[in-house]
Design a protein around this ligand. Structure first.
Ligand SMILES: NC(=O)c1ccc[n+]([C@@H]2O[C@H](COP(=O)([O-])OP(=O)(O)OC[C@H]3O[C@@H](n4cnc5c(N)ncnc54)[C@H](OP(=O)(O)O)[C@@H]3O)[C@@H](O)[C@H]2O)c1
Length: 294
């Protein structure tokens, strides 16, 4: 297949490497010219554009079978989110629509689910966040799903907290001594290893249905307490200190507490996990860290 990866960062670059390995013809779009050599070195054809500037897209080839948009705002406020996610997807759609790909995958986020009562959420659960940034992700999803009803084969992956080499929010907080066990550690965390995000994206390209949403998260939501207990035992370090926290303060901070189901990812996309749960994934990361420092 002729594949375009828009945003060759933490996920996009190794995704491209894997698709090249599988024999696909892969182009990678980035903003920085400096990245061209890095892409060429791994067999990815570099394209240089900024998805917030439609005129930079206009000059590029646009005949692709599969397109993955995994650009990220790198944090920032709602304005930033609007530019990268909402306007970025509008611009990509306008650019590609005259010659639409067979599949367009957009990596959204499980932050669109605002549930904070520990409930199990599926793709059919309400996605009604209060955080202005997450509201923009919902607006972006709605735009793409509307295009899917209009011959543009977009589908959505709602990705949980990504961890892997040099990444993992709670893990890094723990290593820096900044982690806290809030409200007894009852809050649920939902994660996925980067290798499985890549696997889920490829499964979506191969078997996903346009107009559909799939959660991309591993098999086992884990309570904050259980996660830190496991890490403390593995690293033979103390547990983080306890701190107050309750549903109301979480709600105000936009922190959620839910267990995200991956049943569709497994049953419909038939994704086979490399790291089915945090234990498998973090055991591998801890072993790599030990080897690097050994
Ligand atoms: N990290 C998480 O836990 C998490 C959770 C849920 C969903 N996601 C989603 O997963 C996807 C992959 O995230 P990631 O961690 O791989 O992100 P990342 O490492 O920050 O990479 C983002 C890439 O997007 C490119 N980019 C940013 N703005 C651009 C623009 N205006 N035009 C063209 N390219 C642009 C960057 O290119 P340059 O390097 O050239 O600037 C970079 O290569 C994103 O869609 C993110 O929203 C992430």
């Amino acid at each position: 297949m002729r594949v375009l990866i828009v945003g060759c960062g933490y996920v996009g670059l190794p995704l491209g490497i894997e698709l090249v390995r599988q024999g696909h013809t892969v182009s990678g779009l980035r903003r920085s010219l400096a990245a061209e050599k890095e892409l060429q070195r791994v067999g990815i054809q570099p394209l240089h554009a900024d998805i917030t500037l439609p005129e930079t897209l206009a000059a590029l080839p646009r005949e692709f079978d599969w397109v993955v948009n995994c650009t990220a705002s790198g944090g920032g406020d709602a304005d930033n989110y609007r530019k990268i996610y909402l306007e970025g997807n509008h611009n990509l759609h306008a650019w590609l629509a005259p010659s639409p790909p067979k599949k367009f995958v957009y990596t959204s986020s499980t932050s669109v689910y605002a549930q904070n009562d520990g409930s199990l959420v599926t793709e059919a659960s309400p996605a009604e966040p209060e955080a202005p940034t997450a509201k923009i992700l919902v607006e972006t999803e709605k735009f793409l799903l509307a295009q899917a009803r209009n011959q543009f084969p977009a589908l959505i992956l709602r990705v949980a907290g990504i961890y892997g080499p040099a990444r993992g929010h709670a893990f890094k907080q723990y290593l820096r001594g900044e982690a806290r066990i809030e409200d007894g550690g009852a809050r649920w965390l939902n994660m996925i290893h980067r290798d499985d995000v890549i696997g889920a994206i490829i499964a979506a390209l191969e078997r996903g249905t346009p107009g559909e949403i799939y959660n991309a998260v591993d098999n086992e939501p884990v309570s904050q307490l259980h996660f830190f207990e496991w890490l403390a035992a593995q690293l033979q370090k103390p547990l983080p200190p306890r701190a107050p926290g309750d549903t109301e303060t979480w709600r105000k901070r936009g922190v959620t507490n839910k267990r995200v189901s991956n049943a569709r990812l497994r049953a419909e996309l038939r994704h086979q996990f490399k790291f089915p749960d945090f234990r498998a994934g973090y055991a591998a990361e801890i072993a790599h860290m030990a080897a690097d420092h050994g």
